[in-house]
Design a protein around this ligand. Structure first.
Ligand SMILES: Cc1ncc(COP(=O)(O)O)c(C=O)c1O
Length: 442
């Protein structure tokens, strides 16, 4: 098929130039590079759904607070590793007002993005007991976290949760946890890449089993409040962001500023450790850190050796944004709801043109519209579909690299799509569907 929206020969050549045996197996950054090259050579803009970067401006509250702090001269001072007081105060208030849990200021610690939050957590939580040497990923998941485990030389196991929703999760989880070697389990909620959200039943099961087998739950809340089916935006008022923290004390929450506050460039997040876990002592930590107290080892062992804390100004910026959210002055959820609306429109167009949503349900309910969704097209594997899409000016990533067993699927991210590209997306998908008719359409 040569009559494609993007010049066939250019795409073919750039796929060859990528040097990859299969472009569809490329990492996000490799796909970005190839798409950039095709755009440059063809002069045509892609519908870019491969990278999960915020598509919105950062809140002025944050940038103004940073500028003020910079002008006050904080740049010359080392920030405290455990975080500046203003940020710790507002982070603790934030988890109280938006999660309805109590985590003391001491246990709310800034990290250089949730990326560093996860890394520091792995460094400590996965080494707390010599007998427990394996972390469990509830997949699909964020690929870089597996890379972090590899870099640290730590072991992990994983399973795709697709077939184990609701009560079925209990038996599956127990089959891993009962072996006795699992130190932590990790998942994101809402989930990158699939946008599934665990139900209260599932969160309760995770919590019960974590307590039964003394496993730390690392709950990655990179998309805090962004399940728009419910309004989690009013401080101190139900409904609250669902969390395993409502059912167990064995948790670490990773709260990122990147997506919910459109602050990815400044690299800040919060590690919120349950106060009970913070205080626990694990003698095996002494192999790596000066203290066997969990929270102490995270701050003065892991974070100290990684970066000696988080840049000073951004701590003031995030503190100001959290304060505005806590005081009910800034509705951080409303500010990003546009992603949900866009996903709704885009998913309809995909479905109308023969595509399926791969991860489509939370137990009995259709999944939310949000930052990501997953798609497949009959007769294609995800890897094949990525490659074929390039000829149609559409880019995404394959679910293969996320630990998903749904090898037919792609992850689509809505954040970079502009309203004026929706008609073009529709045209390109119509062309795709015309060139690849489904059996029912033949
Ligand atoms: C599930 C998940 N965790 C963590 C991160 C990284 O967050 P941060 O930018 O705060 O490092 C992302 C970013 O895409 C993510 O999707």
């Amino acid at each position: 098929m040569k009559d494609t929206p993007i010049d066939y020969d250019i795409v073919k050549k750039e796929i060859e130039n990528s040097g990859l045996a299969k472009i569809g197996k490329g990492t996000i950054r490799e796909i970005v590079r190839t798409v950039n090259n095709i755009e440059k050579e063809s002069g045509k803009k892609f519908i870019r759904m491969e990278m999960g970067v915020p598509g919105l401006a950062p809140p002025e509250i944050g940038t103004e607070a940073e500028i003020k702090a910079l002008k006050r001269g904080v740049a010359s001072k080392y920030p405290m590793i455990e975080g500046i007081t203003a940020l710790k105060t507002e982070a603790s208030r934030f988890v109280n007002l938006f999660l309805n849990i109590d985590v003391s200021e001491k246990s709310c610690i800034p990290s250089v993005g949730s990326m560093q939050g996860a890394y520091a957590t792995f460094m400590v939580a996965c080494r707390r007991d010599v007998k427990k040497d394996t972390l469990l990923f509830i997949d699909p998941g964020f690929p870089v976290q597996k890379q972090q485990m590899q870099v640290l030389g730590l072991k992990y196991d994983s399973f795709d949760v697709y077939d184990y929703r609701g009560e079925k999760l209990r038996e599956k989880l127990e089959s891993y946890l009962s072996k006795g070697n699992i130190n932590c389990l990790i998942y994101s909620n809402p989930n990158n890449p699939s946008w599934i959200c665990f139900t209260e039943t599932e969160l309760r099961i995770i919590a019960e089993l974590a307590d039964k087998y003394d496993v730390i739950v690392i709950e990655d809340l990179a998309y805090f409040g962004m399940d728009f089916r419910k309004d989690y935006s009013i401080p101190g008022q139900a409904p609250y962001q669902p969390s395993v923290a409502h059912y167990t004390k064995n948790y670490i929450l990773l709260i990122s500023s990147s997506k919910a506050f459109s602050y990815a460039g400044q690299r800040i997040g919060i590690i919120a450790i349950s106060d009970e876990l913070y205080k626990r002592r694990f003698p095996d930590l002494k192999r790596f850190f000066s203290s066997d107290e969990f929270g102490y080892a995270i701050i003065y062992g892991a974070l100290y050796s990684l970066s000696s804390g988080v840049a000073h100004t951004v701590q003031y910026g995030f503190a100001a944004m959290l304060k505005a959210a806590n005081d009910g002055i800034y509705n951080f959820v409303d500010a990003v709801k546009v992603y949900g609306k866009r996903a709704n429109v885009m998913k309809k167009i995909f479905i109308e043109n023969g595509f399926n949503i791969v991860y489509d349900k939370d137990e009995d309910n259709p999944i939310a519209d949000g930052f990501y969704f997953t798609i497949s097209y009959p007769g294609f594997t995800g890897v094949e579909l990525i490659e074929e899409f390039l000829y149609y000016g559409i880019s995404a990533i394959s679910l293969d690299i996320t630990g998903s067993k749904r090898s037919e699927g792609l992850r689509a991210c809505v954040s970079q799509i502009q309203n004026n590209q929706i008609a073009e997306l529709e045209y390109r998908l119509k062309e795709f569907n015309k060139h690849h008719p489904l059996i029912s359409q033949k």
